[in-house]
Ligand binder design. Sequence first.
Ligand SMILES: O=C(O)CCC(=O)C(=O)O
Length: 310
Amino acid sequence: MSAEEQMDLPFPALTPAQRLHLDVFGYVVIEDTLTTQECGVLIEALQRLKHDLIEAGRPSSRTDEEETKVRGAGLADSRPAHHDFMRDIEQADPAITAYITHPRMVGMAAEIIGGEVRMVESNAHINSRAPDWEALDADAHRFPFHRGTDVPFGSHSRHGLYHCNFVKTLTNLTDLGPDDGGTVVIAGSHKMDLPPEQLIECAYQDRSLIHQVVAPAGSTLLFVEPLIHATGRLICERERVIIITGYGPAQFPYWGDGELTEEFKAQIPPNQHLLFHGRQNWNRRTLERQDLMTPADSRRFELGEWNKRD
Ligand SMILES: O=C(O)CCC(=O)C(=O)O
């Protein structure tokens, strides 16, 4: 690949302490990846998309009738609910595409994957508390815990550091206090090659194993998908808005249900070709951190215009 086809990405993208946190717990929360103004732009885009999906009759993201979707996006659940999970949002709004292509997000994912990356899925959630939340016992609450890949397949170690082939950047666009339903994770479960049911049962017995994201708007939860995780319990009056990109090695497929339009494809600059199309090749072209203590490339990157990036 020639130099002009590569995105300008920070490397390493994480500070040594952030890298260690991710290794130990399977996740790290990075504050201030987006400014308040950038969060506002993304909230507006996602609320507009949600509105348009409702107007369009709540199309499923999995429908074969592509024309019923809204700018390529659909909903995970077509039934009206207090939790809207929007899928395949990559071409639904330029601001959303700017999030997916944000050099800090791509760089953080690339560092954990250990080489060239592509986008494998893109999602957003807008949720509010359940209508019957008051009647439900907090201690009896069961989170919808899951993991996106298993430990031995998803993980490798190099230079003493943990790497994973399925990584997400999940950014909260609204503030998350303890009652705002921030993502919950079973800390350290990314290294436990045991049946998830057992890990989940143990976490309910010792709740200190369940960590919840509490962070100001514009913070990114960077996590690896062998980590068991779930939507948290939202019990306040505020709405939660989050945006997520899933990244994998460049030779993985895209596994959403979206189909890029010719118009969108024509706008993808050469240095983002890999991010959207991947590369069918055996060589994953590694770029792995050699030393935990290497300082981060701390340049600030803007949400900016997605197809005008260096
Ligand atoms: O809603 C959340 O906070 C969790 C999202 C999630 O489970 C996922 O992206 O796999």
